[in-house]
Design a protein around this ligand. Sequence first.
Ligand SMILES: [Zn+2]
Length: 101
Amino acid sequence: MSFLLPCPQCGPRDVYEFRWGGARSRRPAPDSPRETWVAYLYLRENPAGRLQEWWYHRMGCRRWFLAVRDTRTNEVAHTFWAPRAADPEPTEEASAKPGEP
Ligand SMILES: [Zn+2]
């Protein structure tokens, strides 16, 4: 099923220009227990609803970004660049709109 995905750099494009990178998750601390690493690497929640996920614009700017997408309807609420490590975690409301750097 095709839908438009707004790349923060290039604007709305057909989803077939992109590679899906999976749901966004927080990397555990290096000294986390083995079970935490197993869950981080192999277990997925696959929710029915809004999900923050990675996308790669392979046929455009060739950059990774994040999108909030409803997995039931493929409606994309918004897309944004990943925060730098020193930045605070973004909230959905505080994220940049498509087209903004
Ligand atoms: Zn792009």
